[in-house]
Design a protein around this ligand. Sequence first.
Ligand SMILES: C[S@@+](CC[C@H](N)C(=O)[O-])C[C@H]1O[C@@H](n2cnc3c(N)ncnc32)[C@H](O)[C@@H]1O
Length: 210
Amino acid sequence: MSELWESTYRSKQAMERSWTQEVPRESLELIDRVTLRPDDPIIDIGGGASVLAEVLVSRAFGDITVLDISPSAIAESRDRIEAISGVRSGVEWIVADVTTFIPTRSYALWHDRAVFHFLVDPRDQERYVQCAAGAVAEGGSLIIATFSPDGPEMCSGLPVRRWSSDELATRFATSFDAVEHFQRDHRTPWGATQSFTWMLMRRRESRVRQ
Ligand SMILES: C[S@@+](CC[C@H](N)C(=O)[O-])C[C@H]1O[C@@H](n2cnc3c(N)ncnc32)[C@H](O)[C@@H]1O
């Protein structure tokens, strides 16, 4: 799996990748719904070469982590950010598979655009949910975007599991409450349309305090 993503990032320029966005509009729309302090930890799961991290740096967020399975994607994003803001961008870079990732700290916000839908095996989906539940602080937020039921059936030659907002809410219900959702079309760099389900969820408190 990691080889496929690695060869995709090595062989395709940004404008040849279907998921490229010049402005991470929907991510920012949902991030703006969350109350975050500048030093709150944020993790972008499968952030790839997305511009989200640099937009967050420019908004003065100082504790950003980007995780991706592809070292080339991480290098592309890191080189771009360091060229703009220098090595003091404060971004932490992790090359890892989210289904085996063991977080060592907790995050106020977990963001995932177009990664969870590649987990077609329910066991991988469950590992992901458990990982997110362990990584997101109680009361923290999770933003997820997947292909919607009328979205593409494949991406980068891989099959995907398409999700409605109700299905996502049920999948994450053991630890997260749905807060808000919408469906939005993404236009690929060559003008095709892909329908996405976007959701904001909140990490439930695990214990009732007395
Ligand atoms: C469709 S791209 C989306 C990239 C980015 N989130 C964006 O919005 O531009 C999917 C990304 O997920 C990464 N990825 C795929 N499977 C992964 C996994 N199991 N663990 C971590 N990253 C993964 C890929 O390397 C790729 O960067």
